[in-house]
Design a protein around this ligand. Sequence first.
Ligand SMILES: Cc1cc2nc3c(=O)[nH]c(=O)nc-3n(C[C@H](O)[C@H](O)[C@H](O)COP(=O)(O)O)c2cc1C
Length: 306
Amino acid sequence: MTPDIRVTIAGTEFVNPIWTASGCCGYGEELANVFPLSKLGALVTKSITQKPRMGHRPPRTAETASGMLNAIGLANVGIDAFISDKIPWLEQQPTKIIVNVAGSSIQEYVNVSARLADSPRVDMIELNISCPNVDKGGIEFGVDPVMTEKCVSEVRRVFKRPIIAKLGPNVTDITQIAKAAEAGGADALAIMNSAFGTSVNIDTWRPRLTNNRGGLTGPAIKPMALLMVDVVYRSGVKLPIIGIGGIATWQDVVEFMLFGATAVQVGTQLFVEPDAPVKIAAGLKAYMKTKKLATVADLVGKVQRW
Ligand SMILES: Cc1cc2nc3c(=O)[nH]c(=O)nc-3n(C[C@H](O)[C@H](O)[C@H](O)COP(=O)(O)O)c2cc1C
């Protein structure tokens, strides 16, 4: 019996549960030179805003023990250029396309999402309401349940296909934000964005990012992300969860699924090993065969608690 690693989220079927994470493979063109995108469950784009953004001055990434810090500052081409220059290529790709949307006001999220609603090949949008790296419009929509619900529900009115709300760990109680996203009409939750962090060069006494602080990602944050998935999965929120944070191997994916993730995204590991998603999908299939599991659903939320 060949294990079935297809997953269905909000009525959309994915060939496997391994997706890319926003900001870690641009708009996908470079990744398509590494492996056929048909092997990917879904491609999630860089965050798109209404106007083009240059982002912060370099250095805007720094390596840390077991991870990296970044403060890119949402550098992106803006919705007009995204639609004219990026969408035509994305439309040809043999994978699901999820466009990540960011904004500095709810109206900006609505405007960008409304433009994407006109492109039928955009299978879903992911609302980045948890970016820790910009002064305005990063995180404030994802730390206050009232703002979260308002943002999701306003976007819901203009975008009729599935909406994923991407939550971050920089909150007191992530379940309140998850419940607000559900109340606003989200179809799925992506958990989690990067954690706050910083680092300083001890020769120059300058922070290693020009933004002075940034978001921590990579293996260092995996235990935090697992716990966030776990608490939301058990909170009574019914939405499927897409787990993100430090995933580098198929073993990491199994951990996320046992704690309740239906799918996952691979971010920082793409900088180390761009074909990681392909290896991870193969490893997951082999594991399921060994364990005699028929479908991915046989793993989701099956952790045996003490
Ligand atoms: C360089 C870099 C840029 C990122 N840009 C975005 C972004 O534009 N939008 C977003 O929602 N998340 C962004 N993220 C966060 C990732 O999508 C992901 O949530 C985070 O890196 C945790 O996953 P990882 O540990 O597998 O990298 C970025 C992460 C990195 C490392």
